[in-house]
Design a protein around this ligand. Structure first.
Ligand SMILES: [Ca+2]
Ligand SMILES: [Ca+2]
Length: 352
């Protein structure tokens, strides 16, 4: 596994309210999301991005399922117009599991990227790029942190170009392994300046694909558009098609499974038309909950040709929350996804 997580911010409105009238925020997609976060127009037509307003609400925080010794985070980021006499916008960063050491990227007073190490509550400037991020507009920013006491690596890219590279570094600094990626603010800190974020990914450097910078990528959200070949779940209310129940953006319609081992698959919207699409992975994302006390689980499911695969168990909560699992490879041949294979495949769930 190398590609770990993606978020295109297209499938949730952080200000949509729950039954108490409070915002859902990321509903679990992010471990923490600023209560002031809003949904805005994304980088592409008919898509959304996330706005993280300046202030004490902080930013977007994602914790991984397990610690890593090397992480790459990337996102399209746009900074609001600001005065450069006081505060630098914080773009993104990575923090260790002890919450002790973070590495983060800011834009400096002259528009060049600055790489900082955050420790004991203080920022230490460790490098400044030659390349700059001109004011206004989106830039695709990527940061790699590879841990080491004397052989650590720190790399920053802007719009696909290497802007900062430092080798033979002590990147551990007495901290733990890497666990947390963040955008807009160090976890627990204020968001210095309002930024917009879209097309976010987290990868590590393991495996044989997606083990280095992905570059300027896009995250497309594709809904179910028809029932697939496996139809063992029950749609409610009666007479609702399963695919409609999961794609109508209405929580009054849903699918459920009374027993374990039941599979439901869907035909999914095709990829948008692109000249030469490369698919780095498919993240199955579902709004799901358990319906009784005790352990409630589900698995992500992919059916491709004669092959199918399921994810590890996804543990559900009492309330609806976004759950996701990533299929980096097409299980039919265990190869990287192609457009044709993706469009022919079915995706869904297995009760566990
Ligand atoms: Ca988006
Ligand atoms: Ca529904």
């Amino acid at each position: 596994m190398a590609l770990l997580f993606i978020d295109g911010f297209d499938h949730y409105d952080p200000q949509a309210v729950d039954s108490f009238g409070d915002p859902w925020l990321a509903r679990g997609k992010a471990a923490y999301l600023s209560p002031q976060a809003t949904r805005i127009n994304g980088r592409r037509p008919s898509s959304y991005a996330l706005r993280l307003p300046e202030g004490s609400g902080g930013g977007y925080v994602k914790n991984l399922d397990a610690t890593k010794t090397s992480l790459i985070v990337g996102a399209a980021i746009r900074v609001v117009p600001y005065q450069n006499t006081y505060t630098e916008p914080l773009l993104l960063g990575v923090r260790d599991a002890n919450s002790q050491v973070a590495h983060l990227v800011k834009i400096g007073e002259d528009g060049r990227l600055k790489l900082y190490r955050w420790q004991y509550g203080y920022d230490q400037l460790i490098s400044v790029s030659v390349a700059s991020a001109p004011a206004r507009g989106w830039h695709y920013i990527e940061l790699q942190v590879t841990q080491g006491t004397s052989n650590g690596i720190l790399s920053v890219r802007i719009n696909g170009i290497l802007a900062i590279q430092m080798t033979a570094q002590n990147t551990i600094q007495g901290g733990g392994q890497l666990l947390t990626a963040f955008v807009g603010a160090v976890p627990g800190q204020s968001c210095p300046l309002t930024i917009d974020v879209d097309d976010f990914y987290i990868a590590d450097t393991s495996g044989t694909i997606n083990n280095t910078f992905l570059g300027d990528v896009r995250v497309d959200a594709l809904q179910a558009q028809a029932d697939g070949s496996l139809n063992q779940w029950t749609a409610s209310p009666v007479a609702t098609a399963a695919w409609e129940a999961v794609s109508d953006e209405d929580e009054a319609t849903a699918i459920n499974a009374p027993n374990v081992g039941l599979r439901q698959s869907f035909d999914v919207e095709p990829l948008p038309v692109m000249a030469t699409p490369a698919i780095y992975g498919v993240q199955l994302t579902m709004l799901a909950r358990k319906t009784d006390a005790g352990l409630g689980k589900v698995k992500g499911l992919v059916v491709s040709g004669a092959q199918s695969a399921v994810s590890t168990d996804i543990i559900l909560q009492e309330q609806l929350a976004w759950q996701s699992t990533l299929f980096e490879r097409n299980p039919n041949g265990n190869v990287q996804w192609t457009e044709a294979a993706f469009n022919a495949a079915e995706f869904g769930v297995e009760s566990a």
